[in-house]
Design a protein. Structure first.
Length: 103
């Protein structure tokens, strides 16, 4: 893959697990690179995108209606827990019991 640097490139923001941030720091020191961006550009140059297949399960985006107080609660909780609202929603749905409710 031929990557060219653009002098007017805009930042691209994405989250990473801490283990990958540590790996970036190690590679930066080891290779004498000046920035995280340089490490990411190196990774992109070396990566075989042609044979890449995602290990993540397929996802679909959905929309739901929530009362304003529930929405505020989710936003406040997400900020407090330092996660996304989507992550909280996925955890709540995953935690649903599969059994039938008792009457």
């Amino acid at each position: 893959m031929a990557l060219k640097s653009s002098p007017a490139s805009a930042p691209l923001t994405f989250d990473l697990p801490l283990e990958l941030l540590t790996k970036i720091g190690s590679r930066r020191k080891q290779a004498g690179l000046g920035s995280t961006s340089e490490v990411v550009r190196q990774a992109l140059r070396e990566f075989d995108f042609g044979s890449y297949e995602s290990a993540e399960p397929e996802r679909r985006q959905i929309s739901v209606r929530l009362p304003p107080d529930v929405r505020r609660f989710l936003l406040k909780t997400a900020k407090k827990k330092k996660v996304s609202v989507g992550e909280l929603l996925r955890a709540a749905i995953a935690g649903l019991s599969t059994g039938r409710r008792k009457k």
